[in-house]
Design a protein around this ligand. Structure first.
Ligand SMILES: Nc1ncnc2c1ncn2[C@@H]1O[C@H](COP(=O)(O)OP(=O)(O)O)[C@@H](O)[C@H]1O
Ligand SMILES: [Mg+2]
Length: 347
């Protein structure tokens, strides 16, 4: 059924579908995604931090699936779905099913009929909804709210989790049976910091993608790449794309993107993604405190230590420069670093 593609052809195939990669490390992932696409009924579970490209890859699978691509790709945002309205949103409702149901509504499942249903952030799906979802997935039929007839639904499900589901199952926050139902083909998207070889290709692809909005650039300077290789980039590819756009915004035609540009865009407005990333980090810290792994003071000190460590790691940033950027006196900075055990790294 499949002719085998060379590494270059495989990367090209996914690149044309919006998923750019340049390193060999992702080839097995692309192979598996392509294979899953060819089996139109197989459920896919994607795991990976926010911004690693789960949605882009899900759409690529949909487009590669000859049977389903003429039909819709429908996204369910599991983290924003409200428990009260979820059933009608997902499965639809009959006119008059509840006060406010003035029309018959189709629901996301039916909208995706014969196509792909993408369950985004499935780890946030309220526990109370999980049995209903499992039931529909298992039987392939649903009953709209207030209706007495059942409707067949034929969808391929692709679920995306921004944190590993298994620990959630162990903690009783995700149902084991639903986990098994979703976990048929598992695709793991590594964080960007684990595939640094992709940095340049992604940045160039973004410059190209937004070329109608900004002046074209010549390339990426080595100092920027070297610097990014040392960064955590918790917002992953999304963070990188936004940063590239912010850099391009203030670039002249024919120049290239360097470390200076990166630093400048960092000090422009804090974007929504960075706020999300902050919120996520706060959640992780909270979980460590909640589970008793770390005490409150200890957790916050650890956080502060890491922030300061990142500041020290910026090439060319002296103690004075760091103090300036953190809006504190050099003396206060010195004490903080000392408290965090970072004194030996001061310049
Ligand atoms: N491999 C990739 N190639 C090109 N763009 C990507 C890639 N991965 C992510 N992106 C970009 O980053 C953004 C976030 O990706 P997304 O698929 O929404 O991440 P996730 O679903 O994992 O949070 C996308 O809108 C896309 O523009
Ligand atoms: Mg996402």
């Amino acid at each position: 059924m499949h002719n085998d593609l060379s590494a270059k052809e495989l990367r090209g195939l996914f690149c044309d579908l919006g998923f750019v990669s340049d390193c060999d490390q992702l080839l097995p992932l692309l192979q598996r995604a392509r294979k899953a696409a060819a089996i139109s009924d197989v459920t896919v579970l994607m795991e990976g931090e926010t911004g690693t490209g789960k949605q882009v890859l899900a759409q690529a699978i949909h487009k590669l699936d000859c049977k389903r691509r003429p039909f819709a790709f429908v996204t369910v945002h599991c983290s924003t779905i409200t428990e009260a309205l979820a059933e009608s949103e997902l499965f639809g409702h009959q006119r008059g099913a509840f006060s406010g149901a003035v029309d018959t509504r189709k629901g996301l499942f039916s909208a995706a009929h014969r196509g792909t249903l993408f369950l985004d952030d499935v780890n946030d799906l309220p526990l109370s909804l999980q049995p209903k979802l499992l039931d529909v997935l298992q039987r392939g039929i649903l009953r709209p709210v207030g209706s007495d007839s059942e409707v067949p639904v034929d969808v391929r499900v692709i679920a995306a989790a921004n944190r590993p589901l298994e620990p959630l199952v162990r903690e009783g926050r995700f149902r084991l049976d639903l986990y098994h139902r979703l976990n048929v083909v598992r695709l793991f998207l590594p964080p960007l910091r684990a595939r640094r070889a992709d940095l340049a290709a992604l940045m160039l692809a973004f410059a190209e993608r937004h070329r109608t909005l900004y002046a074209p650039i010549l390339g990426i300077e080595p100092d920027l790449l070297r610097f990014l290789e040392s960064q955590s980039l918790y917002g992953n590819v999304r963070e990188l794309e936004n940063a590239v756009q912010r850099m391009l915004f203030s670039k002249a035609e024919g120049s290239s993107l360097g470390l200076e540009d990166w630093m400048r865009q960092l000090s422009s407005d804090v974007s929504q993604d960075e706020v999300d990333a902050l919120e996520q980090s706060a959640n992780c810290v909270w979980q460590a405190i909640f589970s008793g792994e770390l005490g409150y003071d200890q957790a916050l000190q650890e956080l502060e230590r890491r922030v300061l460590k990142s500041a020290i790691a910026v090439p060319g940033w002296t103690r004075r420069k760091i103090a300036e950027r953190l809006h504190m006196s050099e003396r206060a900075l010195y004490y903080k670093m000392h408290a965090c055990g970072l004194t030996d790294r001061l310049r």
